[in-house]
Ligand binder design. Structure first.
Ligand SMILES: N[C@@H](CCC(=O)N[C@@H](CS)C(=O)NCC(=O)O)C(=O)O
Length: 211
């Protein structure tokens, strides 16, 4: 599918799809939004379940290519616009760490986060896909102490994902704020693309609250 083909993003304000919208802005990608009012339960309506049976955003349509799941969506979009420089090439040594941080997000951070938020004990250590919450956060903090971004000095799509996620998870009080996480959130979420999305989301959310 050509990069010039418009990307349709199924989006709901102030949710995980806000990070995807930020990535589209960072990439300068042509897109249009299909906004779901989650307060009105639009994510559970048959029209959207036909797109994503999980009833979750983000989801994107690129021509007839459907992609759901944040990490898959980020990898797909960043690869679609290599000129934006947000994804390391296949032969770039940073490609491995890039994939690692993407997979670590979905495979370790999200399950650890949800268990912590719902006060559920993790599975026994040897069975837990993320080990312990503290190990997950120590791993992230160690990286952010060592370098400004997950790949070192280079900002990438992985930082759009993690910056956005650490922003809302610390705001909800689930992820403990450390000096390195605080500085990273500041570095990543004050970029013009992230600011534009927050402003746009505020307008959309106000419209949904009033509906
Ligand atoms: N595993 C999914 C999770 C996405 C997700 O949890 N999205 C939330 C928004 S923050 C959602 O759509 N929730 C709506 C609902 O389940 O009612 C991914 O990584 O894309």
């Amino acid at each position: 599918m050509a990069a010039g083909t418009k990307i349709v993003l199924f989006h709901s304000p102030n949710t995980r799809s806000s990070g995807t919208l930020t990535l589209l802005e960072e990439l300068g990608a042509p897109y249009e939004l299909r906004v779901l009012n989650m307060r009105a339960g639009e994510q559970r309506k048959p029209e959207f379940l036909a797109i994503n049976p999980m009833g979750k955003v983000p989801a994107i349509l690129h021509g007839d290519v459907l992609v759901t799941e944040q990490v898959a969506v980020y990898l797909y979009l960043a690869d679609l616009f290599p000129g934006a420089g947000l994804t390391p090439n296949l032969d770039d040594p940073r490609r491995g760490p890039y994939l690692r941080w993407m997979a670590f997000y979905a495979g370790c951070f999200e399950p650890a986060l949800v268990d912590r938020a719902t006060k559920r004990d993790p599975a026994p250590l040897a069975m837990s896909p993320y080990g312990t919450f503290d190990t997950v956060m120590a791993t992230v903090n160690a990286q952010l102490r060592a370098a400004p971004y997950l790949l070192g000095d280079t900002f990438s799509a992985a930082d759009v994902l993690w910056g956005s996620a650490l922003h809302w998870t610390t705001a909800f009080g689930v992820v403990p704020v450390t000096p390195e996480i605080e500085a990273y959130i500041e570095r990543t979420t004050t970029r013009p693309a992230a600011v534009r999305v927050r402003e746009q989301d505020a307008v959309l959310a106000a419209g949904h609250a009033a509906a």
